[in-house]
Design a protein around this ligand. Sequence first.
Ligand code: UD1
Ligand code: UDP
Length: 372
Amino acid sequence: MRILVIFGTRPEAIKMAPLVKTLSQTDDIDLRVCVTGQHRDMLDQVLEVFDIKPDIDLDIMRAGQSLFDVTTDVLRGLEPVLEREKPDRVLVHGDTTTAMAACMAAFYFQIPVGHVEAGLRTGDLYHPWPEEMNRKVIDAMSDQLYAPTRGAADALLREGGDPDKIIVTGNTVIDALLDVTARIQQDRVLEESLAGQFDFIRPDRRLLLITGHRRESFGEGFEHLCEALLQLSQRDDIEIVYPVHLNQNVREPVNRLLANTHNIHLIEPLEYVPFVYLMNRCHLVITDSGGIQEEAPSLGKPVLVTRTVTERPEAIEAGTALLVGTDVKTIVETTSRLLDSKKDYQRMSLAHNPYGDGTASRKIMESLLDEK
Ligand code: UD1
Ligand code: UDP
């Protein structure tokens, strides 16, 4: 069976890497990997960590690209690739525009598509935007739906999804996270070099790790987050580390409002290994990231989600994540409460694994081999 895996951004790469590794270990699958290059630097960082050498690279990224640019470049770029490669199946991941356009390109050739991380829903088409629509479109065009949780599978069933197409696998992000956590734990030299990379963080202060990139927060949302971080930085018992996404809509307000604050460290996006190291080391995370909402519960780290809705309710239900939106007062008060109340912090910092046990890639492979 010839399988073409297609992805293009950092989170897709992290979550497809364990699957690529698993599929490449069986002779029953002729595996090809195509990256669209929707992200460049942030994608290449992940390819290197997991030692993936793509067979095809569409290299589409441009500065300030629009959704139209990404959609059309992926569709146009994939037409000759699919014509030439003639895969029996395409695999896409999640909800990016790469995933949506790749799925559509395969559909136009009537090539079956398997959707990894199927069934995530907020129920609000504009939160996150355009990801909520991307997910729905991909699920509608795919004939194999790998749902990470029972809740995601139920969402697909509620929409009339065919139970025979839906498989609950766990999320492959946990496969990636466990792999990298083990690498760090088993390698003293690596751990020491990671500690050295972050020697600017004062060890006597608690670490707040921040990320953010959602389109619906551009403008006011990011300005509010920055204002909240500025207020929090008045405390003398915390250090804030913020790897800033490469999107200019994020970098502009963050650099303008937060540069030159002594305990706010604005740094470049981190490779996955140092980022996992920091997630392990931090006190809590403030983020709008999908992937981090799945990783942090596994590590027992409270996550404050700077969004109004989430497609990942499991972490909220488990008590590890809280929705705080982008309201300055809510972010400051909730963070301060977790910093000041041991009881509230402990309640949120119990480790949970609602997103899987590290066997998602194997389950997907077994399902693919069963198809033969
Ligand atoms: C994309 C995905 C989003 C995902 C996020 C993960 C869509 C519509 N959005 O959003 O679902 O959660 O990735 O991070 O698919 N840039 C660089 N170098 C990079 C990456 C980005 O310079 O390696 C800059 C470029 O100027 C680029 C801009 O960031 O034009 C935006 O990138 P894009 O992929 O369009 O959007 P993201 O906000 O990254
Ligand atoms: N991540 C990383 N370096 C960073 C920030 C995040 O490797 O500087 C990882 C993080 O651990 C998670 C993924 O990138 O696995 C999340 O990516 P992002 O937040 O960009 O996208 P989303 O998950 O929201 O689609």
